[in-house]
Structures are given as structure tokens and as C-alpha cells.
Design a protein around this ligand. Sequence first.
Ligand code: GP9
Ligand code: MN
Length: 656
Amino acid sequence: MKKTTLTSPGKSYLYLPECVLILILLTLKSFFFNQYIKLGDFAPVMTAATAAIFTLIFLLKKLISKKSPANLLFPLYIIASLFMMIDRMYFAYFNKLPGILALQMVEYLGAVSSSVIDIFNLGHAMYIIDLPILALYMLFWRKKAAFALRTTKFRNTKRNPAKFSLGAASGLLAGCLLFIGCHALNENFHFSYLKNELFTYHITDVITVISKQMAQNNLDPADYIQVIAPTDTEGEESAPKDPLNGIAQGMNLVNIQVEAMQAFVLNRTYNGQEITPFLNSLLASDTIFFDNYYYQIGGGNTSDAEFAVNNSLFTPESEAAYVKYTTNDYYGLPFILKDNGYSGAYAFHGYNGDFWNRKEAYVYQGFDYYYAKEDLAQEDILGLGISDKSFFTQALNIMETYEEPFYTFMVTLSSHHPYDLPESLWQLELEPVHQNTLYGDYLQTMRYVDEALRLFFDGLKEKGLYDNTAVTIYGDHFGLPNYDWYSKYYMTEWIGHEYYEADMYNVPLIVHIPGLGEAKTISTTGGHIDYLPTILYLFGYENTKGVMFGQNLITATSGITYEQTHMARGSFISDDVIFVYPQNGIMVNAVAYDKKTGEIIPATGYEEISAAAIKAYEDCNALLEKNAVVLIKFTKIDGTRRDFISSSGVEFCEKI
Ligand code: GP9
Ligand code: MN
């Protein structure tokens, strides 16, 4: 019989205290992790599943190779710890676990590092806090500890260490399986819960992505074409023309996407102070306010809101449309307006031009020029980039040189998470308890944005542009997540009802048309993808070339928005109901709310709508995948300049 040497601990021996310690740490971390990702009562069983998989890998290694699996145990634990920390951080912001596709968006996280740092807290640190000590132990101290360990009674048996660890691991595996089995008897437990276990989740995610990419689709884009028909058809008897149809025809369009602006800030006071006094005054005249409007984004956050709004298309779930489908053919608002005689489409944003791949993507979106941070004077920097006040002032100076009518698309920045507005700019008097909280900082920032917008409108008037310019203002996504405990608490206290999904997803859409002559509120449910058909109706232009997934909210008698990202795909918001499809995919965890009362109602009977919601996203993404959202083909006239000519012969993008 081969004599075992006791000199090298890593190779021949796996010491019992080491195994026990690793397992205890893994179990603890896994339990807290499962609690955090809202597995609730099933956190212990999911923890047992993680321990079972961990042990199984250990056993398989032991069976395959004669070497001790101790070498595998430590790295596996380190990997599991890192995964738990990253997953938890992602969950804190997106309310779901990250998929492999989200990895492609990692480069955009660095740029918003203040947000990442702000999210990082002790809860996340606990997953990695022991790793440096463990690494030191592995590299330097294990050899020394070996002597002590092998002389204690904790050392696995001297005679046959292989058998000992095999037996211990098998016993543990059996125990875990028994525990899972006992839970299976619980009528609320379903085996598909196990899909949310750490290892299983990431492995099935990779398999799903690969299989989806391999799947073929046979969609015909023509099935999705929606034409906003002109109402004054010649020679036909028709209903009297709706005065709103074409009311803004020939006017300039300034479309302002406001970072993280939610609807609750409008027409609301904090201790008697208005958060958005200017916007509130705007709502009072010449304005259509869509108060049931909801964001629809994917892995591209801000940039996806832009994409959905300008194109009336759904974005991918985990990647940014501007990154994944950069060079596709599009026929969104910039193209349509230019086909209707607009002199150009111009985009403005106060952050680095290539962030979210905008610099490249905007060309294909139909913008003739993009003014990014590097193209503007950087004299007033706030947070990530140029302050909204400086941004608006500079944009106005450029805008006044354009031949009218023009389309200007502006993406603001100062209200980016974590809302670190310098104290000198605070205008609200906050109660001490709200100071330096995400909630308080958000309100201060929104107050600043409102002031910047006032400045912009003053500028439009000064430059003589106001009367001939329709201005639309909307929010790109939430500012305060309802899954952040403090934000939820303060918001609930402030708005007087539980701060829930309907509040969090609700962003305003304000359409200000000088000369409109009325202040109107439209409460039909809509979302980002409904912007384009609605605007085309107000401007009286048609889109006969591009697929649109949204609807015109002015004439629609009912509305619905399909959601993804912070609520899982399959969720929707209708005029009456909010249906939250569970992020963990277990239908019994679905929640439905009565939209009028905010009360929870039975989440049954919505399967069909929920399936339609998933299908709409999948159909749109499949069309994008096939580069088939446009029914005409653009012709490249110069590959290097990436210019296009439309079917009508109008040259686009010559300035880029
Ligand atoms: C920067 C800004 C990022 O360009 O658009 O916003 P985010 O997507 O992080 O909300
Ligand atoms: Mn944003």
C-alpha cells in the first residue's frame, strides 16, 4: 500500500476544519443572498440546493481524479462568493438577477461608477470580506497550519483520508437532498423554484441564451406595420376632423428626455414647497399631459428609452438596443420628420459621446448631428457631465442657427443617480431626517431640473423660437426604486399610499404646443413606445415605412403597456390593473393590483395578456434581429461616411 506523505496539505489531505468552515460560510452567505433576492420562505431550501451542488461538484471531482478535491473547494467557494456579490448588486438596482447578456453592458457601468459605489454597501461587502484572508491562508499559512491540523483529532483519518471525505460529502449531500425533499411536500413549493438557485440560475441562463440564438424565426415584418392614417381623406365622407390631428404640423419639435424624472414630482408639494413649480405652471395651459404614461426600457437604460420613444420599438431585455442593433435600418422620428420637410434632426447630451454607443447609433437613428460633452463648453460640470442649465443654454445658442422647422432631441443628465447635487444648488428645505437620503437628494435634484427647464423656455422665448416650437418632456425611467427600503418608506409616507410599481414606473409625458388653447389631461395608459404614433398624429404625418409597436394615445380608447427590466417580461400595466410577473418565474408569486385603489387583487386570469406581453417583446426583438423593422431599404452611398439616402431620395446624415 502506498504510504501517504504528510508534508503537503493541499495535495493529499483535506482537513475537516477547513471543509466545515467553508461550508458554514457558504451556507450563511447563500442564505442571506436568497433572502435578499426575495425567495422568502424558500431561502433555506435554496441554500440547501446550493450546498448540495457544491458537494456534488466536490464528489465528482473526487471520483474523476485521485487527487484531493481540496484544490477545487477553495476556488469554487471564491467564485460562488463573487457571483453572489455581483448578483446582489445588480439586483439592488435592477430588481432581478443578471444574465450573461448583461455582461456586454459592463463597460457602461464604469462610467457611472458613482452610482455603483453608492449602491455598494456592507450587505454586498459581506460576500467578499473573508476572501483576502482565505487567499492569504491558501498561499502562505495553510502549509504551516497543516502541522497543527494533522496533529488534532479534527484531521480526517490518517489511514484513509479519501474515504473519509467521500463519506462526509456523501452524507452532507444526502442531508441536503432530504431537506429539499421534505420541502417538496409543502404544497406551496414547486421544483421550478430551484431554477433560482445560484449555480442553476447562471447555467440555465447561458443555455437559454445559446438555444434562443440558434432558434430561427419566420416573422413577416409586414404583419406589424401600423399606419397612422390621415383623417382628411379626399372625396370620402368622414367624421369631422379632430382639431388635434395635425395641430403641430410644421412646428419645430424639441423633445426633452429628462433623466430619472418620475410623475409623482409634478403637482405635489413637500412641506408646502412645490418640487416642479415651472412644470406645474406649464401644465396649466397649451399642454396635453399624459398622466398614465410608463417607461419601457431594457439593458440600455437611458438609451433604451430614447430608442423606444423615437422608434416605437421594444428594446432587448438585457442589452442596449444602441449596442446590439446599432447599424440596423430604422425609420423613426428623425427620418419621418425630415421626409416631411424638416431641415434636420439634432441630438444633444452632456455626457461622453460614445457612452451607450450613441455616437455611432445616432447616425443610424437618423440624427444629422450629435452634440455631446466633448462638443460643448465644459464650464459648468455637475455629476457626470455638463449641468442641465449650461446644457440648455448652449443648446439654445446652437438651435437658433437651424433652419426651421427642425427636430431637436435633448437628453438631460444632472438628475442622474445618486443625485449628488451640491448644497449651493439646493432650493428645497428638507427635514433633517430626509437630508442626505436618496429620497431627499432626489427631490432636491428634481427641483433643480425644473429650474433648468424654466431657463430653457425663457431662452426659447428670448430667441423668438417659442411660438413655433412644440416641446415634449418625459422621463426615461424611475429615480427612486420601490425595492429600496428607505425610498419606499419615505415615499409611502409622502404620497399617502404604499409606494408601489404603478408609482415607480409612472413617468410624465408633457406635450406643450403654443397656441393649443387648452390644458388637457389624457389618462389612457401608454408608454415610451406610444410616443411616436401620438406625436405623428399631432403633427399630422404618416409612417408608412416603419414598423411601430405603439399606439396613438390621443384617439385610443384603452391602453396597455408591456413591461420588462424592473418588472419581469410578462408584466403589464393596463387602464385597470398592474400585473407584476415574478422575476423568479414562479407564477404563484405573481402580484396584481387594482390600479384605482392600489389594492392587491387575485393575480389570476391574466395569463393571456401576460403571454401577449412576452410575445410582443419577442416579436419586436426578432424583427430587430432580422433587421426588418423598415419596409424600405436604405442605400449606403458611402461606406466610410455611413450616409444614407431614403427611398424618397433625401440625403441623411451628411454632417456626421
Ligand atoms: C449617460 C446617461 C446614463 O449618458 O445617459 O444614464 P443611465 O443609463 O445610467 O441612466
Ligand atoms: Mn437614465
